[in-house]
Design a protein. Structure first.
Length: 375
């Protein structure tokens, strides 16, 4: 979160405290200061506090994100802090009782408290604390030092020294906020990089689709979800027919391009966001289909097959056809023989083997291999 946003988020506390202390101070000085002066100062305090509150609401509604917008709102915040400081600084002149030392002490105590309390609230924004504290400390310090006696001179000097100490403290606090914000940004950047790398290691470097690692993770998650929701989960295993002959005939670079084209066609063939296609071997692919029964999975397999045929990729070395074809094995968690993710993979593999044995370029469902499963 930008430092200016942190400051605006803390502003409600500052506004409430400013107004409450101002009203208490006015009540304490009610009989010691001329009423018109006291009312004028109180009205000015309320007006400035209200204006800062409206600025806060405008900031929340605008929700600025760009650096230029944040810079504009920083200027608004500085103006508000300066206005509040001027109002409190005027109290050191207008509300200073010339002959009542107790009232002078109360006023100095209140102003000192305002200066000290504003350190954590205003320090995040550079110079905001200076805009607030200097107009407060300077008038009361000068007023006391001009009183003409040693006690007031000492009090004025102490007030000035206290103000300087608070300015130094605010500078240190600002550096802490700034360093903290820098570390936060670096941390978020590192997390984003780590997440990106974590995602990339789950993608096949050639085709850009999920690899075996991501497929196995998704299979475990979807299996648990399917059992919990009593929903079907289907798996399609697909293999490019005679891909070794394709590489031998056209060369490995052409084989890589073929894999990329096939993988992209497979990806586009899946219409639901939850479906997953992954390259789990050289020319072997897997399709994970949540909320899909065996009949639905067979339909999806046919869609994939049609997308591959539409590519019309030449394969002169294939004894099946003059273009690239695929064999498919389909299984589902509905089958009695499927009781685990491993069984789902095994039955799909057996169905794929049967599709190859029967001539390739076809789709075979696991029930057709029931005799093999029993064996």
């Amino acid at each position: 979160m930008p430092l200016i946003a942190q400051s605006f988020r803390q502003l409600p506390i500052s506004l409430i405290v400013n107004l409450a202390i101002g009203l208490i101070l006015a009540a304490v000085l009610w009989n010691a200061v001329p009423t018109p002066v006291l009312l004028a100062w109180s009205g000015l305090l309320v007006a400035v506090t209200g204006a800062r509150f409206l600025s806060l609401r405008a900031f929340r509604n605008a929700a600025p994100r760009s650096e230029s917008d944040l810079a504009v709102w920083t200027q608004h915040f500085l103006a508000g802090a300066c206005a509040a400081g001027v109002v409190w600084g005027l109290s050191g002149i207008l509300l200073f009782h010339p002959s009542s030392f107790p009232h002078q002490v109360v006023l100095a105590f209140v102003l000192g408290g305002m200066v000290a309390g504003a350190v954590p609230l205003l320090s995040p924004v550079r110079h905001a604390y200076w805009c607030f504290a200097i107009p407060i400390v300077a008038p009361i310090s000068i007023r006391m030092m001009m009183a003409g006696d040693r006690i007031h001179l000492v009090m004025g000097l102490m007030m000035a020294i206290f103000g300087l100490a608070m300015l130094a403290t605010s500078a240190q606090v600002h550096r802490l906020f700034r360093d903290s914000e820098k570390l936060r940004r670096e941390l978020y950047s590192a997390i984003e990089v780590e997440q990106a790398l974590e995602y990339l290691v789950r993608l096949d470097s050639l085709t850009g689709i999920p690899n075996r690692r991501l497929f196995e993770e998704e299979l475990g998650k979807e299996w648990a979800r399917a059992k919990r929701d009593h929903a079907p989960l289907s798996l399609i295993m697909a293999d490019i027919d005679h891909f070794k002959e394709y590489n031998d005939h056209y060369g490995h670079p052409a084989g890589d391009l073929c894999l990329v084209d096939v993988a992209q066609a497979m990806h586009h063939a899946l219409s639901r966001p939850g479906d997953v296609v992954a390259r789990i071997g050289g020319e072997e692919f897997a399709f994970l289909l949540p909320q899909t029964d065996l009949s639905g999975a067979l339909s999806v397999a046919e869609q994939i097959r049609e997308h591959i045929l539409a590519l019309n990729l030449p394969h002169e070395a294939s004894p099946v056809a003059g273009h690239v074809t695929l064999s498919f094995g389909v299984s589902s968690s509905e089958l009695a023989s499927v009781s685990s993710p491993a069984e789902l993979i095994r039955t799909s593999d057996i169905a794929l083997y049967e599709a190859k044995r029967c001539g390739r370029d076809q789709i075979v469902a696991a029930p057709k291999t029931a005799s093999v499963l029993v064996a």
